[in-house]
Design a protein around this ligand. Structure first.
Ligand code: FAD
Length: 429
């Protein structure tokens, strides 16, 4: 912990709190520290050239051209200046010296710290196959990625989306609006296989098909083929070549933790943190997409959550810890996704569920799915059903036991079931 009142801006190469990564987690930590009256020096060192911005619109409103970049900044430039938060943009940290309490950037500059918070998120996983580096192959992780992609849209007719996760589906939804012919290639037998149950996958598949998106499942892309350095198609494992003039790769991220792990921090797929977001290195916390933590909503298994909620909540935990209030991280995970006119809101983690209950009629395009594990509600996916989302949270946080037929009964508000289950009243009948 640092005392509020320590040296403020004493030198340009030493900060009381140094934050690596200016994404949702890093930015919200700095904001939280100042809100909690921390008066020591703070810097955010980030490899992107921009001030912190919101990432979710990159596959939604920003890609669609509905929001200019200025409107997705987390705060305007003046905010950081007024609060004396140094923004060291365009600088990548390449090594950490935990004994000397300093980091070094790619340009060779050493920056000292009192406390280091690693909030470096992750980098888009690239295709390992041949042709993965051809012009016209894109990721959707940063503003630069999306600007590059948008710059090619005018000359693009057919797009191959590799990966049927949220980012691939959101991009597909925007691109069909632009009149592009989109094909999604997915190795699993359905979209959203990692994060949702079969009913939700089925619903989104039908929606995308209704918008003209072609879906190809259980298919491996073997190579990206091209001519004159530019993509012309994807080659599948059986040799078929599916023509396209753009490829969007949405196959997840690789956590950006190499400098920390090289410095001796524990981890692997992310940097391991305890419930206070402390790494195994002294004076080093980690938050956001890169933090591998035991999550109470995943049976305390070590996971990384890739969501704005997690980035913000872990930032709050560390802002509190560094200003003297130690509080464990135990927030319920939640997430959203916008595709076409569908707003999906999810709460909890459905992985490992053993039953699904559909509440409402998917054909009405407003319904919810409740996920159960050993009779307890562990997660909720709500499509155009904000009331269920708001009212059903308590069922997830309380891991309520409610009979499936009751959960499915849209005449009973979820709020009522949550209240009754808190009372301990029998809801199994
Ligand atoms: P990031 O936002 O990735 O920020 C990390 C920053 O650190 C980056 O700027 C990175 O360049 C920088 N960095 C990395 N390594 C270094 C280094 N060595 N030195 C210096 N800087 C470094 N979540 C939702 O909840 N809802 C959504 O609808 C949603 N949609 C999304 C759509 C897209 C297209 C993407 C890409 C993500 C979406 N997410 C969504 C996920 C969400 O944006 C992330 O969970 C969130 O951005 C994580 O914040 P973070 O600060 O941990 O990491």
């Amino acid at each position: 912990m640092l005392d509020a009142g320590q040296s403020r801006g004493v030198s340009v190469d030493h900060y009381d709190i140094l934050i690596v990564g200016g994404g949702h987690a890093g930015a919200n930590l700095a904001i939280g520290l100042r809100q909690r009256k921390f008066t020591g020096s703070i810097a955010i060192v980030g490899e992107e050239p921009e001030l912190p911005y919101e990432r979710p619109p990159l596959s939604k409103e920003y890609l669609a051209g509905d929001k200019p970049f200025e409107r997705i900044l987390i705060r305007p430039a003046a905010f950081w200046q007024e609060r004396d938060i140094a923004m060291l943009t365009g600088q990548r940290v390449t090594s950490v010296d935990p004994d000397g309490r300093s980091v070094t950037t790619a340009a060779g500059q050493a920056i000292g710290y009192g406390e280091l918070v690693w909030a470096a998120g992750g980098h888009a996983r690239r295709l390992a196959c041949m042709g993965g580096d051809l012009a016209g192959v894109h990721s959707v992780r940063s503003r630069a990625d999306v600007d590059r992609l948008m710059g090619e849209l005018a000359t693009t007719r057919r797009v191959a989306v590799i990966g049927g996760g949220y980012i691939g589906l959101e991009a597909a939804a925007v691109l069909t609006k632009f009149g592009k012919t989109v094909t999604i290639f997915e190795t699993q037998d359905r979209v959203l296989a990692r994060v949702a149950g079969r009913e939700l996958s089925r619903f989104y598949q039908e929606e995308h098909r209704a918008h003209g998106v072609e879906m190809r499942f259980e298919i491996m892309v073997d190579a990206i083929v091209g001519a004159d350095g530019r993509v012309t198609g994807v080659r599948l494992a059986d040799g078929e070549i599916s023509p396209c003039d753009m490829v969007i790769v949405g196959i997840g991220i690789i956590p950006a933790v190499e400098p920390l792990l090289s410095a001796g921090a524990e981890g692997g797929n992310g940097v391991a943190v305890d419930e206070y977001c402390r790494t195994s290195l002294p004076h080093v916390h980690a938050i956001g997409d890169c933090a591998l933590h035991a999550n109470p909503f995943a049976d305390n298994l070590p996971i990384r959550l890739e969501s704005v909620q997690n980035a913000n909540d872990q930032a709050t935990i560390v802002a509190k810890a560094l200003t003297g209030t130690l509080e464990p991280y135990a927030a319920v995970p939640w997430f959203w996704s916008n595709q076409y006119d569908l707003k999906l809101q999810t709460v909890g983690l459905s992985a490992g569920h053993d039953a699904e209950v559909t509440r409402g009629d998917p054909a009405s395009r407003s319904f919810s799915i409740l996920y159960l594990k050993e009779g307890q509600v562990v997660a909720l996916d709500c499509v155009n059903a904000t009331r269920d989302y708001v009212q059903g949270r308590a069922l997830v946080t309380g891991r309520s036991h409610v009979a499936p037929e009751r959960l499915a009964d849209t005449d009973i508000p979820l709020k009522e079931m949550a209240l009754l289950s808190q009372d301990g009243s029998a809801l199994d009948a």
